[in-house]
Design a protein around this ligand. Sequence first.
Ligand SMILES: [Zn+2]
Length: 220
Amino acid sequence: MAKLYFRYGAMNSGKSTALLQAAYNYEERGHRVLLAKPAIDSKGDDAIVSRLGVVRRADFTVASNEDLLARFHQERARVAAEGGDVSCLLVDEAQFLTEGQVDDLLRIAIQLDIPVLAYGIRTDFQTVAFPGSRRLLEIAHSLEELKTICRCGRKAVFNARKIGDRFIFDGDQVAIDGEDVTYESLCGACYLEESGGVLNRGWRPRLDFSYRTEPDADFT
Ligand SMILES: [Zn+2]
């Protein structure tokens, strides 16, 4: 049985680099992979951008209201039409998936027996899990942390938001494009020093239940 893997880390921990390396490893052995990413990430559209300079287009992007399992079947059929099959699904920026879409990743791994490698950021700039990451932490078979270093040399675990040189601790979970927003990966101690001891101001993201369109027949 194939597994769902969640490889998470703070920003700049080399997640996209690791994803592209994993894709390369499959392809080197003659296997076909599919690369996907949520459409919400407008940084590079469908490009998966490694900090080391490697760029590759995703095979498909996933809209927030899209049925990911149906879309995967479609993409797999396209590969089959070329005479191949999919050996692995790799997902970049998986924190932006909905909970229902993460559930589909588990279905792909278990029911279709295709390994799924999801890469993403664990928490937002207010130290709260993204919905997709929270679901992955709940149901992935395997969790692996990709590490990066804080300015002080300790392991960075949080992503502090900055506008110019100033740290910002209020705002939306996903920054609006056009604002001059950057992020710095910090350890817990440096984060608390910058925030004056504040973690998330009691804020939690609203759960997205939009994928639960109708109750399952089994439960009625
Ligand atoms: Zn630090």
